[in-house]
Write a protein that binds this ligand. Structure first.
Ligand code: G1P
Length: 305
């Protein structure tokens, strides 16, 4: 796989790890992989691929578990379906199906033979990408907002080079579920990263800046991935590969604009579905009324509503 060149400060390729088991969504994920669960009618993986393309990237590499090809199949051309939709006058659906195939032309897949951690998953893709920088999107983290989160990172990468991470400020009690930034200079939006700690123990958090699943990785990080040794939880951590490059190449964190949903959890997934639905003007009014009614049904059950 030769590295292409293009806009985005030399970043042309997005890596999407989609090899997770999705145990928190069983039994829904017994047959259907987690990345295929829908938010507002589109599977999670489609949201991430669309964000990468909207950010200006040319190519997307899915890192999949062995034998799991539904995500790739989702983006395959389906002329028979398109013809059937055309015959029924369903032109909008037909356009959407055609657009999927256009996205599919940018897609390829590599297998992660064993689930050894996020650093390992990303390394499975980058070892065949060549020496350039690349982007990583974790489809579990859905970010909704006017400017794609990855585009915001690429803008900073074009200015400052190196690695750029998306971060959000969280209460101390929550930050320990994430990679956490050891901050340096901070202009209120962009923060110099002096180190990173994966899921710090309570009381040891270096800041409240939690890493969200959007990254631009410098070539130095890609080069560090094959040498990773087990970190937090015995897994090969992307966080550790990035931390290893501090001092060698620039690393910055961006307080992105937008709202992040943890679609790795049922509650986050439900909130994301609601948010995406409310963002659709055609659905907002009807759904808002239902939400009010449903909350009223539960009033008095100890809920704050
Ligand atoms: C991964 C990363 C973590 C990051 C998080 C964002 O953790 O290891 O650094 O903060 O994604 O969602 P995971 O959620 O896979 O445990």
């Amino acid at each position: 796989m030769p590295q292409l060149t293009g806009k985005g400060g030399g970043v042309t390729t997005a890596v999407l790890p989609v090899a997770g088991l999705g145990t928190r969504f069983l039994p829904a994920t017994k047959v259907v992989p987690k990345e295929m669960l829908p938010v507002a009618g589109r599977p999670l993986v489609q949201h991430a691929v669309e964000e990468a393309v909207a950010a200006g990237l040319e190519r997307v590499v899915l890192v999949t578990a062995p034998g799991r090809d539904l995500a790739l199949r989702h983006f395959e051309a389906d002329p028979e379906l398109e013809a059937a939709l055309a015959a029924r006058g369903r032109s909008r659906a037909r356009t959407e199906i055609g657009a999927l195939a256009a996205l599919g032309s940018r897609l390829e897949a590599v297998e992660q033979a064993e689930p050894l951690g996020l650093g390992h998953a990303v390394g499975c893709a980058t070892r065949s990408l060549g020496p350039g920088p690349c982007a990583v999107l974790l489809p579990d983290d859905l970010v909704l907002g006017p400017v794609p989160c990855l585009r915001q990172l690429l803008d900073v990468h074009e200015r400052l080079g190196g690695t750029v991470l998306a971060v959000m400020e969280l209460p101390a009690a929550e930050v320990g579920k994430f990679g956490v930034v050891v901050p340096g200079r901070d202009d209120g939006r962009v923060v110099e990263v002096r180190g990173l700690v994966e899921k710090p123990a309570p009381g040891t958090e270096p800041s409240r800046l939690a890493v969200v699943g959007r990254y631009v990785l410098s070539p130095a990080v890609c080069a560090a991935l094959p040498g990773l040794t087990p970190g937090h939880g015995g897994e090969l951590q992307l966080t550790d590969a990035i931390a290893a490059t501090v001092g060698e190449a620039p690393v910055h964190a961006v307080r992105f604009e937008g709202r992040r949903f943890d679609c790795g959890s049922p509650a986050g997934m439900a909130a994301a579905g609601l948010a995406a639905t409310l963002a659709d003007p055609a659905l907002r009014r009807a759904v808002a009324a239902s939400v009010q009614e449903l909350l009223a049904d539960h009033r008095g059950n100890g809920d704050p509503a």
